[in-house]
Design a protein around this ligand. Sequence first.
Ligand SMILES: Nc1nc2c(c(=O)[nH]1)N[C@H]1C(S)=C(S)[C@@H](COP(=O)(O)OP(=O)(O)OC[C@H]3O[C@@H](n4cnc5c(=O)[nH]c(N)nc54)[C@H](O)[C@@H]3O)O[C@H]1N2
Ligand SMILES: Nc1nc2c(c(=O)[nH]1)N[C@H]1C(S)=C(S)[C@@H](COP(=O)(O)OP(=O)(O)OC[C@H]3O[C@@H](n4cnc5c(=O)[nH]c(N)nc54)[C@H](O)[C@@H]3O)O[C@H]1N2
Ligand code: SF4
Ligand SMILES: [Mo]
Length: 715
Amino acid sequence: MTTSFVTCPLCEATCGLAIKHEGGQVLGIRGDKDDVFSGGYLCPKGTSLGALDADPDRIRTPLVKRDGEFHEATWDEAFALIDARLPALRETHGPDTVAVYFGNPSAHNLSGALYLRVLAKALATRNVYSAGTVDQVPKTFVGGYLYGDAATIPVADLDRTDHLLILGANPLVSNGSLMTAPDMRGKLAAIRKRGGKVVVIDPARTRTAERADEHHPITPGTDAFLLFAMLHVILEEGLERVDGLAPHLAGLDEVRVLAKPFSPETVAERTGIAADEIRRLASELAAAERAAVYGRMGTTTVEFGTLASWLVDVLNIVTGNLDRPGGVMFPKAAAGQPNTRPRDARRPFRHGRWHSRVRELPEVMGELPVATLADEILTPGNGQVRALVTVMGNPCVSTPRAGRLDEALERLDFMVSFDVYLNETTRHADVILPGPTPLERDHYDLLLYQYAVRNVANWTPAVVQTDVPQEWETMLRLVGVLQGMGPDADVAALDAALADGIARLNGVAVTEGLAGPRRLLDVLLKAGPYDVTLADLEAAPHGLDLGPLQPRLPEVLSTASGLVELAPAAIVDDVPRLVAALDRPAAPGMVLIGRRHLRSNNSWMHNLEPLAGGGNDCSAHVHPDDAARLGLVDGGACTMTSRVGAITLPVVVTDRIRPGVVSVPHGWGHDVDGTRTEVAARRPGVNSNVLTDDTVLDVPTGTGVLNGIPVELLP
Ligand SMILES: Nc1nc2c(c(=O)[nH]1)N[C@H]1C(S)=C(S)[C@@H](COP(=O)(O)OP(=O)(O)OC[C@H]3O[C@@H](n4cnc5c(=O)[nH]c(N)nc54)[C@H](O)[C@@H]3O)O[C@H]1N2
Ligand SMILES: Nc1nc2c(c(=O)[nH]1)N[C@H]1C(S)=C(S)[C@@H](COP(=O)(O)OP(=O)(O)OC[C@H]3O[C@@H](n4cnc5c(=O)[nH]c(N)nc54)[C@H](O)[C@@H]3O)O[C@H]1N2
Ligand code: SF4
Ligand SMILES: [Mo]
């Protein structure tokens, strides 16, 4: 029996796990108490990695569809089919005819983090989509325009702050997002224990809200009003203290003008938070010695997601909390972080370099909004999407107006999916290419360490052997097809050329004897800001602690001015839309928001028996007053209708949700035909994104509005 130490890749917390195994079988998983970052913390999903590995439904060999039925195929057969179909479609209709969608796990996967770009480049299509536009794009957009790079996002310095204001996030359940921090419960408790304060703004009394000093149940979709009013108070009462930040700032006067119309009295009714409470929230934030404002899903996937995300940063800046211990700081990752590259190698952020064909929505970070993918497939004309590659994603469940996308995928001429399950999305594919499970692959959290609340680095070698090719090999094989090398391209040669290119770009040498992600990571570590090598990481199974976050202004910036741009046009041009909405009457009926459960992971872990139960179910949470008014009973069913769809699901009557709001978790609806997820199908739930309106987006970024959807509820 062996114990291996691995970093859990399932969510952003990057917990260290100690895995006991023998002969390729997992015998037990616990938290690694010696992990330099997580110190033994883990959640139920982490302990289910063995069940994932052993899941009989998991795909282990390529599946190819013939006459509407999937058949197991060899890798050569699968690639022969891809080679016969994909290049011909591109030849006839141009490269934009092939769309690609990257899902969430691709960001938690070293092959994904390093090789997806290569695949996207080889596809050379404008039709690039990802889960980003149902998630964090407003944050990256703000990072891009304020600091110069989309990956430059300051994180709350949790270990040293005295005051944490959380909006639209439930890190006790989600374990944090764009704030890599294992053991949020411990970190929040520590803030309070040292005399600090935690305030939560959320329409639901979540687990996080329960452990906070204060909880304000806001009306969904109105955080931009609240934050603007707080800014208004701080600027009007002269509470700002930009102090040492002043030489690095541009645009503060413009912000002052923009905040004028948003007095607390103006927004109180709209937000559901009283004017004097807003004043108090603002003055306490400004008065705190060291404070951090943090916003996530409830501030990004809403009607004014960009403005709310921008205001989070503006508040951190005007209170003097940017780039200082206990405030919000810029992590410095050991490898692959764009903002540690030499400044002359960085370009200021831009968006809108092209637009989607049908709805003319702007590109952000080379991607188009996934809410318009169905339009691009269903609308005939030059440039119509006829083929799709999905990589570790389940857009038929996770994206707006999911029912329409589901229909659209049936119309495709050809579809390839990289996935480990035959599910709601991959059932539409012609070829499914499986990959290794987390235990079968090397791992390093290249992306998430860029948002870690402490600088750390941890390398994980694969725990068990597999016959399934690694995802980077499969991606490069597909690159070979796209580059006209046929179905059997020399993957090793492609990989070596890639490593040489990246090494040359970074002015470092390639280490002989390495291959794949290890070789690329080695190159990126050599080019990185620490004197840390791959060998150092391999010698440290519990990770390397690189210390607390350090101030990084102005070196971290890559704006054209070299300053923090507080009022970039791409963002503030959206303020008039918010001002106009001030006078708009609030939605008269109920509005829908989402929620997450500790034992779920978006759409794809419901097939694991150990995660079922414990309250992990798909139901509508409704306040007792609404239930009485609408004739809904606890345990009964309700039908919920939006502009674009309807679902029927069980009701839970609870005062944990604000009146006028109903919450439904996303990621369910596993009872469709043609899937192979037997456990999930037994307790399928319903797909909440059937209700999400694909025409209502955060305007600057095209991010889907998943929270604050008007719905009607009937028993
Ligand atoms: N209404 C509503 N909708 C939402 C959200 C919400 O809060 N409310 N949240 C949004 C957010 S934040 C996100 S990130 C998206 C997620 O949206 P997606 O990324 O589209 O969906 P996931 O459920 O993460 O699907 C992951 C897919 O990857 C596969 N997979 C998992 N691990 C591996 C692996 O190691 N290798 C391979 N090859 N495949 C793998 C799974 O089988 C599954 O098909 O959903 C979004 N949708
Ligand atoms: N267990 C588990 N962990 C996960 C995931 C999972 O599915 N399950 N998914 C992972 C992913 S991909 C992500 S992106 C992260 C997301 O991490 P979080 O953002 O922390 O997760 P959510 O639970 O979606 O939290 C959003 C909160 O916003 C609230 N909310 C809704 N609308 C509004 C609003 O208008 N204003 C305010 N102020 N609040 C609002 C909701 O009630 C909810 O509590 O979680 C990650 N971790
Ligand atoms: S919190 Fe996230 S990283 Fe930690 S064990 Fe759970 S799923 Fe894995
Ligand atoms: Mo996400």
